[in-house]
Design a protein around this ligand. Structure first.
Ligand SMILES: [Fe+2]
Ligand SMILES: [Fe+2]
Length: 371
């Protein structure tokens, strides 16, 4: 694993490399440019970000771990990304196309970067985007006959592999300092973030991927292989040994069927007795069932209503259990724990919205008839 000083040295040397021959004129027709233009414009905008938020977070982090060289290395990393943006911009100028100022994907990432104050999430986001970028630029290179555009893509591809290595080593260092219980949560959330972001990038740039002969299946397989080589490798040794320890503990603690039934019943009582939302939902469920009985709904409608009641209360129970676990693992503020709690609460909200919509479909016509 390289030190920040090593990376500083690497980036300083790499920035001196001039791999593009700008005397070569672009040779691309408007027809060939059409399906890839929007993506080139979007990546050009994304690569030219000033990185100020990343530098602020990185400066705080470097002070905390007492590694001033890391700030310098990160500044040069951002400079290298801006070089990619400038080269793509210069290409757009040469082919007479505009550099865009706004794009939905870029705005989404900028907003996420603005809210984020954690080094680990910045690092994860960079690994994810860089992994997709490697596939994107290879596809762009394969999709065009323009020698100049091919040179630009090659230059970016040469830079991207060390970029991922730089960020992967940092994420490895960050996760090493976390407690084992936090590590599990973090890696699960990393995985979700990685694949959700990969999907967004596919939707936004599928024309270029397809032009480079990469369909969704190939793209997914390539992203999985990149995940396995980066985030999948984080502390693999520790995680495997945790897994080995967990298996015997789980089997040792197994109870008989009636014990399990008793504990499940106890869990239900705890939920309805102590959880405010449990009490509210119990009242709503009782009112819904009473209304269904009064309005004389059909058998199929009864099944739908009962599934909805079960889904919302079941989700709320899981949400409460997860919340208890999170509070036990981390009593103070932790961005990962916050995300876990928010997602679990979001699951309840999602189930509730669907149930309300179903309730309106079933009950509204009957209520109107009564009125
Ligand atoms: Fe880049
Ligand atoms: Fe990069």
């Amino acid at each position: 694993m390289q030190t920040s000083k090593d990376w500083l040295q690497y980036f300083s040397n790499n920035l001196q490399q001039k791999r593009i021959d700008w005397s070569v004129q672009p040779s691309i027709t408007n027809e060939a440019l059409k399906p890839i233009l929007k993506s080139i414009q979007a990546w050009q905008l994304g690569e030219t970000s000033d990185g100020s938020n990343l530098i602020n977070v990185c400066t705080r982090y470097a002070k905390k771990i007492n590694d001033p060289c890391y700030i310098g290395a990160m500044r040069l990393f951002i400079k290298e990304e801006q070089k990619h943006g400038n080269n793509l911009g210069r290409y757009l100028d040469l082919v007479g196309k505009a550099r865009i100022k706004k794009n939905w994907g870029d705005s989404l990432f900028r907003k996420a970067r603005h809210i984020n104050t954690s080094m680990q999430w910045f690092t994860l986001a960079v690994i994810t985007v860089e992994s997709a970028a490697q596939i994107f630029y290879q596809c762009l290179k394969d999709a065009t006959d323009c020698k100049l555009l091919q040179q630009i893509c090659t230059d970016i591809l040469i830079d991207e592999a060390p970029h991922i290595q730089f960020q992967q080593q940092r994420l490895q260092a960050i996760i090493k300092l976390q407690r084992n219980s936090n590590k599990w949560l973090s890696i699960t959330l990393y995985k979700m973030f990685f694949y959700c972001t990969a999907l967004v990038i596919w939707v936004a740039h599928k024309n270029v991927f397809k032009a480079g002969d990469v369909n969704f299946k190939k793209y997914s397989m390539k992203m999985k292989s990149k995940y396995d080589k980066t985030i999948g490798r984080l502390d693999a040794g520790d995680i495997l040994s945790d897994k080995k320890e967990l298996v015997p503990v789980y089997y040792k603690n197994k109870h008989g069927f009636f014990d399990a039934l008793y504990y499940s019943f106890q869990g239900m009582c705890l939920f309805f007795q102590f959880e405010r939302n449990g009490k509210i939902q119990l009242v709503i469920a009782a009112a819904t069932i009473a209304a269904a009985a009064l309005l004389g709904i059909s058998a199929a409608e009864w099944i739908t209503v009962l599934v909805c009641v079960g889904m919302v209360i079941g989700m709320e129970m899981l949400n409460s259990a997860l919340e208890q676990l999170c509070n036990k693992v981390e009593s103070g503020y932790d961005p990962v724990i916050k995300a876990v709690k928010d997602i679990a609460a979001g699951a309840v909200l999602f189930a509730s919205i669907i149930s309300i919509a179903i309730g309106v479909i079933i009950f509204l016509p009957k209520l109107l008839q009564v009125a």
